[in-house]
Design a protein around this ligand. Sequence first.
Ligand code: TZP
Ligand code: MG
Length: 216
Amino acid sequence: MRTLPQTDIYAITDSALSLGRPLADVVGALLEAGVKIIQYREKRKKAGEMLRECDMLRAMTREAGAFFIVNDHIDIAVLVKADGVHVGQDDLPVHRVRELVGDSCVIGLSTHSPAQAAAAVQSGADYIGVGPLYATNTKEDVCEAVGLEYLDYIVKNHSIPFVAIGGIKRHNIAEVARHGARCCCLVSEIVGAEDIAVRVAELRAIMNEASQGKGL
Ligand code: TZP
Ligand code: MG
C-alpha cells in the first residue's frame, strides 16, 4: 500500500549533527524510541558509502516495522527497496521519478509555497513537505522560512498528506501541532540530542497535548 504511515515524528538523519555517534547507533535509538519514519539524508557522503548505509538502515527499519525513505538518490532507493524517496524542487520531477521507482514506492516532495503545493498534487506526489517553517542551519541553500501561514494554507486548502519541517524544536513544536500538523520532521533537534529516546518522548508528549487542545 503506497501511503506514508500516520505518525507524529518523522526523523531525518544527518551524520554531521549526530555528536560523532555512528549512524547505526543513532537510527537504532530512533527505532527503539518508536519512531516509525526514518529518512536517510546525508549530503556529504560518496555513493558507495551511502549504498552500504542504506542497505543497513533498510534491514534495521524492516526489522523494526518502520518506514524507510531515501532523500535525493532514486537509484539507491530502488537498489535497497526503500519504502519511499524524497525529492526537492530542483531534483528530478515526480512523474519521472515515478517511472523509476514504480507504483508501490511513496514519493515525497518538498514545497515552499501554495503554487508548489498545487503542482505537487498534480505531479502525483504521495505527500509533501511543508516548510521551512522556521529558520534552520541544517539545510544548505535553504529558502527563507515560510512561516506558519503556509502551514495554515495547506491545512485549509489541501487534503494531500503533509509533514511540517524546518527549525522545529521542543520550544515551538506545540505551536506547529496547534496549527494542524500531525506529523513533524526534525533533524538537529533529534539526532543532535544527547539522549535521543528522551528527546523523542518529550517531543511526542508536547505534540500530543497540543493537538488535544491543551495548549502547552
Ligand atoms: N528541508 C527543509 S528544512 C530542512 C529540510 C531537510 C532541514 C530541517 O532541519 P532541522 O534541523 O530540523 O531544522
Ligand atoms: Mg533534494
